[in-house]
Design a binder for this molecule. Structure first.
Ligand SMILES: [Zn+2]
Length: 246
């Protein structure tokens, strides 16, 4: 083998070795972050508000006078189907699905909600059309029709009032949804630890500074009874939850 070829092969070997180490380290870090998550078991949290457990994540259902709405759509379709059976709620009674953002563990089971209109934050479109990459290299995928929602837009369906509230940071289009002025569904826009609001995983967030600004924007909202997160359970004390954010 010529000396030049040998040097070249060694250089390739070193680069491949470094990349493998890097990918492994990122994998471990990601797993450690997921292990910190503590989603709720499938259950009715308070009258007409249900958590649906999908391993690492929760989606939620709210009962209105004319059906149900869903907040996010889980990580695996079969899990969501199974858990909804436990609650005895027919996915076909869901009139609308409100997606907080486009990460794969929030959108998987959309297809089982056959009669639902699917809403996605308008500013999240950049995550699925190739304009903005997730984790620097990947693209979030969505293979269903949706209606874009703008910040502060109010939608009425199933006898419920749903307001979109832009809370960018986790992803640029991340949105919370306020249902009937009482229940705030936050997706991955915040974490809850011992009842206190904090940033979601800094490692998984796309922009921590922007997320903190978003949290400050919603910290002084009044009249909210419940904060419901996708990976960190819920709080029924809004003021206490935001004491460290103001
Ligand atoms: Zn996410």
């Amino acid at each position: 083998m010529r000396k030049g070829t040998k040097t070249f092969l060694i250089a390739i070997g070193v680069v491949v070795g470094i990349l493998t180490l890097l990918v492994t380290a990122i994998g471990f870090k990601f797993k450690a972050e997921v292990n910190k998550m503590h989603p709720l078991e499938t259950k009715e949290i308070t009258s007409g508000v249900y958590a649906v457990n999908d391993g690492i994540v929760n989606m939620f259902l709210v009962k209105g006078k004319e059906g149900f709405i869903a907040l996010d759509a889980g990580n695996k379709t079969e899990n969501i189907q199974q858990e909804m059976k436990k609650l005895n709620i027919d996915p076909e009674k869901v009139t609308a699905v409100f997606l907080t953002h486009s990460d794969s563990d929030h959108v998987a089971a959309v297809a089982i909600f056959k009669n639902a209109k699917i809403y996605l934050p308008r500013k999240e479109e950049q995550m699925i059309n190739g304009k903005t990459a997730r984790f620097y290299v990947t693209r979030n995928k969505i293979n269903f029709k949706y209606t874009p929602v703008d910040g502060d837009e109010i939608i009425k369906t199933a006898g419920l009032k749903i307001q979109g509230i832009e809370t960018p940071g986790h992803t640029p289009g991340a949105m919370c949804y306020l249902v009937d002025n009482k229940f705030l569904f936050t997706g991955d826009s915040l974490s809850l630890q011992s009842g206190k609001v904090g940033l979601f995983s800094k490692f998984i967030n796309m922009d921590n500074e922007t997320q903190l600004k978003s949290l400050k924007n919603i910290a002084s909202m009044k009249g909210i009874n419940y904060i419901l997160t996708a990976h960190h359970g819920f709080s029924d004390n809004y003021e206490k939850a935001f004491t460290d954010i103001k």
